[in-house]
Design a protein around this ligand. Structure first.
Ligand SMILES: Cc1cc2nc3c(=O)[nH]c(=O)nc-3n(C[C@H](O)[C@H](O)[C@H](O)COP(=O)(O)OP(=O)(O)OC[C@H]3O[C@@H](n4cnc5c(N)ncnc54)[C@H](O)[C@@H]3O)c2cc1C
Length: 386
């Protein structure tokens, strides 16, 4: 079977679905020329804590969308180092979703606009020729002028095109699906990111994020290690998390086998984000190296990719030139550059004294910002984020 479309999006996660939604917003006629190839079937499992920051809510608002799926509204995200901490507060400051529900809802919005979402259709092989991209699946061969690799951190499309991920761009995430527990009211709206182990070698933090499943709130716990400073030896994440869980009275033993480490790679502005006829988006392009945040940026990448594709068809220039600059100039994905720079500084500091002083000063400054007001509604500023 040979199928010709203008645009193939590989991956039906937030990056791929956002690309399709933005394409339909920019040119509703395009819907019939897009196909999304997705390996799984929605609702599909995706290991993720599901916290969506206001950046992501703003991208959705720009599309005129508000997720109807249930979530935990967070009122405070606390960044701690030892006894010092500062907070980002808001009403809400972030929303925590079940990823399977959130992605299924996004996919339903895409289908409503007339885009074909081919599920159970993993890509097997891809090649670029002068006409565009050719992608083979078990059901046939798809041809298109433009393709978007929105197929996650391992990105089979990137891989098939011989476009390797740089070994010095690797991050790791390790999560522990805690058993349901009773979380008292205010704690159910507080996420804690604890950076106290930076001086011991963790280039990141340990998280406690309240989440919910079937109406029960429980704590999602895990570790993020940026790996951005390649001169520092890698810390063993499993013993680190096991130690923390033991402090919380959570016995691992048999559950230890369930600790899952997820390799990622982070956004690095020196990388290529496009090749002729192919754009990278979401985790395939790189996550935030400071906090490992990915959903909001995946939605943002989708917006940039869609704008680029519409321009490419208008100008008939499918070289991908200018895409990186567009990522950096966008109000959401542009934040990745700032976080890359900050991560390089923050995770290279080894002195406990310097970190304590830095965190103490940050906690003082934070008191005088809009983020210290728990009634602040950050996603009311939609105009700023166009
Ligand atoms: C433990 C953990 C906790 C996290 N917590 C958070 C958090 O709280 N907040 C946050 O913002 N981010 C978090 N992240 C990161 C977040 O999950 C990702 O950044 C986000 O899912 C990226 O979206 P995406 O669309 O780029 O990729 P994905 O969501 O991974 O979607 C990629 C899609 O491609 C499909 N695919 C894969 N291979 C193929 C193939 N061969 N053919 C066709 N389709 C294919 C997959 O099935 C999938 O549906 C977390 C990640 C982990 C591992």
């Amino acid at each position: 079977m040979e199928i010709r479309k203008k645009i193939i999006i590989v991956g039906g996660g937030p990056a791929g679905l956002s690309t399709a939604l933005h394409l339909c917003k920019l040119d509703p006629e395009m819907a019939r020329d897009i196909v999304i190839l997705e390996k799984a079937t929605h609702p599909r499992t995706k290991v993720c804590s599901g916290a969506l920051s206001h950046h992501g809510s703003l991208v959705l608002q720009g599309l005129g969308l508000q997720p109807p799926v249930s979530h935990v509204p967070l009122r405070e995200i606390r960044m701690a180092y030892g006894k010092h901490y500062y907070s980002f507060k808001g009403n809400p400051i972030a929303r925590v979703f079940q990823r399977s529900e959130f992605d299924e809802w996004l996919a339903s919005e895409v289908r409503k606009r007339g885009v074909t979402v081919q599920e159970k259709e993993p890509i097997r092989e891809a090649a670029i020729d002068e006409d565009g991209v050719r992608i083979r699946t078990d059901h046939g061969t798809y041809h298109a002028r433009m393709a978007v690799a929105a197929d996650g951190a391992a990105s089979p499309l990137r891989h098939s095109l011989g476009w390797p991920i740089r070994p010095d761009n690797k991050s790791r995430l390790l999560d522990f699906p805690s058993p349901p527990e009773s979380i008292p009211g205010p704690k159910a709206a507080l996420a804690i990111l604890d950076f106290s182990r930076i001086s011991r070698g963790l280039q990141g933090y340990r998280w406690d994020i309240p989440t919910q499943q079937d109406g029960t709130v429980y704590m999602d716990r895990g570790l993020f290690d940026s790996g951005i400073d390649t001169r520092r030896p890698l810390l063993g994440l499993k013993p680190e998390l096991a130690r923390y869980l033991a402090d919380q009275g959570i016995r691992l033993q048999s559950e230890e086998a369930r600790l899952r480490s997820h390799p990622y790679h982070f956004f690095d502005p020196s990388n290529d984000f496009a090749r002729p006829h192919v754009l990278l988006a979401g985790d395939a392009a790189g996550v935030d190296p400071l906090c490992g945040e990915g959903i909001a940026f995946a939605l943002g990448y989708g917006r940039v990719a869609a704008r680029h594709i519409v321009k490419a068809f208008q100008s008939q220039d499918f070289s991908g030139k200018g895409y990186k600059e567009e990522i950096i100039q966008d109000s959401v994905t542009g934040e990745l550059l700032m976080r890359f720079r900050l991560a390089r500084i923050a995770y290279s500091i080894r002195s406990n004294l310097a970190l304590n002083v830095g965190w103490y000063l940050a906690s003082l400054v934070a008191r005088f910002t809009k983020w210290n007001n728990s009634d602040y509604v950050p996603d009311a500023n939609v105009k700023e984020f166009k």
